[in-house]
Design a binder for this molecule. Structure first.
Ligand code: NAP
Length: 502
């Protein structure tokens, strides 16, 4: 990229860009920089390995519910996916391949966890404090820009249940799976029936002595058309130009068609009919079926895909309870209907902190502005990336850039391009900082909220992690991904303030 100010970087910087995280976002950003001719960046990674979500989540059955051919970088197609829906191990392998192919390892500092970030008005740089085995005590890594690729779902949420601390057995969260704990023959409680739980419940149900599943809200579940990718398909992908791209585009369009239903839930009638048929076919017991039937509009929460979850619930060692949890005792969980379930272990499939993920984060922008103060009324960022008052900070998959219907990698690629455009705008204007204007961010957020008003997340009759405590949509992108792509494609110079260090 011509004209980008590239400070000469030592081990602690200053770098042109400090990237946080080696998941799809962080690596996508790194590749974007490299392709633009910028090599002066560092990637800070808290773990000893790359992978983000696909490194952290190792629970049994962990897989992606977006098809393999779409859930990959558009510029790095993989023709030999083993299954239509990729499992965690194969995704991690793909991510490692990307790191090798784009020679990114040299840029990564492992076991270097970001503990805070402060913007320095005098130099227009970010000072990123780091800790861990890979960091010096009290070390600060400095960069002109900071690209945060920690992902929106990285802080496991464990509910504050009465008596939980008195429990004598084993507890762990789906994203922190305890592989040393042998579940064979154990009495296990699972709390939560979201995207993660419906993947691991069928796997552990075969092993455990008994499984009590605490469901608060039944998810909508579509059949999962998973299968092995055939040798013929793989050969076609490899040898016949356009076939793999055609598959990918077809899957993208199919997924994208769901967005029409978010605004017009009536259009999801056919899809909810399929989900109801799927439930009827797999759950013959009318009582169990009633408990599993959602009472809110499809799409209000993320619609799930699984063909082995319902059958797992019909096993004699599995019980679904909808009574709610009254309290936890030393060796048991007491449901609100008074039933006491003796258990050896409790597994939380209870999701992540999303709208409150930054509640404790130490991020300080221009003139000492704390992120908590900037976000007093709720988390917001222009196009999910730029935050007014925080120059040169770019959130990857930030507020309102989540999807319930399509591949997040599409969003990441659009955001990476947007960040590159911002850096270009900054340097071509001779500046050392670029910040979105308050009014632009406000206008964007007003549009998001207005667009969400009539949409299924708000009107669908459910609570979901898309909404904050006031019912405002803080997580989901409220329009088509094409709309997002178009909005991030070109920047309006008037939307940003470019300046130089005083
Ligand atoms: P989740 O979808 O947020 O589900 C959490 C579950 O825990 C829900 O059933 C929730 O019930 C329940 N829960 C939360 N607090 C509870 C409490 N105090 N008592 C009882 N139940 C409680 O979390 P997740 O399954 O980990 O998935 C999170 C997100 O990760 C997904 O939405 C998806 O975006 C992503 N994910 C994606 C994939 C993929 O294949 N692409 C796979 C796994 C996860 P309520 O519904 O009543 O709140």
């Amino acid at each position: 990229m011509a004209g980008v100010v590239t400070p000469a970087a030592g081990p602690g910087g200053p770098y042109t860009v400090v990237i946080v995280g080696t998941g799809f976002s962080g690596l996508g950003m790194a590749i974007g920089l490299k392709k633009s001719g910028m090599h002066d960046f560092v990637i800070l990674e808290k773990a000893a390995e790359v992978g983000g979500t696909w490194r952290e989540n190792t629970y049994p059955g962990c897989a992606c519910d977006i098809m393999s051919l779409l859930y990959s970088f558009s510029f790095e197609p993989k023709s030999d996916w083993s299954r239509m829906f990729p499992k965690q191990a194969e995704l991690l392998e793909y991510i490692k391949h990307v790191v090798d192919k784009y020679d990114l390892a040299q840029h990564i500092r492992f076991e270097t966890e970001v503990t805070g970030a402060e913007y320095d008005d005098a130099t227009d740089t970010w000072g990123v404090t780091v800790a861990g085995e890979g960091a010096e005590p009290g070390e600060v890594v400095r960069g002109r820009a900071l690209a945060a690729g920690m992902g929106p779902l990285h802080r496991p949420s464990v509910p504050d249940l009465k008596g939980l601390s008195s429990f004598r057995g084993t507890t762990f969260h789906s994203a922190e799976w305890d592989h040393d704990y042998d579940l064979t023959g154990k009495r296990v409680a699972v709390i939560g029936t979201g995207a993660s739980a419906i993947q691991f419940v069928p796997q552990i149900a075969k092993k455990v002595g008994s499984l009590t599943l605490f469901q608060r809200t039944p998810p909508w579940i579509m059949p999962k058309p998973d299968r092995r990718v055939t040798a013929v398909e793989r050969t076609l992908f490899r040898r016949v130009p356009g076939v793999q791209r055609g598959y990918r585009n077809g899957i993208y369009l199919l997924q994208e068609s769901f967005v029409l239903g978010f605004k017009n839930p009536g259009l999801l009638k056919a899809a909810s009919g399929i989900a109801q048929w799927h439930l009827r076919r797999q759950i013959p017991d009318p009582d169990l079926r009633r408990k599993l039937t959602p009472d809110y509009t499809m799409g209000c929460k993320r619609t799930l895909v699984s063909s082995d979850y319902y059958p797992a619930l019909t096993r004699p060692n599995v019980e679904l309870t909808t009574a709610g949890i009254a309290e936890i005792r030393e060796n048991s969980i007491v449901a609100r209907d008074g039933t006491e379930y003796e258990v050896d272990a409790i597994i939380f499939g209870t999701g992540f902190h999303v709208t409150d993920a930054f509640a404790d984060a130490h991020i300080v922008g221009r003139r000492g502005l704390r992120i908590q103060d900037a976000w007093r009324d709720g988390i917001k960022a222009h196009l999910g990336v730029s935050v007014a008052g925080f120059p040169n900070l770019f959130l990857l998959l930030g507020p309102n850039s989540g999807l319930g219907h399509n591949s997040m990698i599409f969003m990441i690629e659009a955001q990476v391009r947007y960040v590159l455009r911002c850096l270009e705008m900054m340097t071509s204007g001779g500046g050392s900082r670029i910040a979105v204007r308050d009014s632009v961010q406000d206008r964007f957020n007003a549009w998001v909220q207005a667009k969400s008003e009539g949409a299924v997340w708000v009107k669908g009759g459910c609570d979901s992690w898309y909404l904050d405590e006031n019912g405002a949509n803080r997580a989901a992108w409220p329009a088509s991904t094409v709309n997002y792509w178009l909005r991030t494609r070109r920047l309006s110079p008037g939307d940003f303030e470019v300046g130089a260090a005083r």
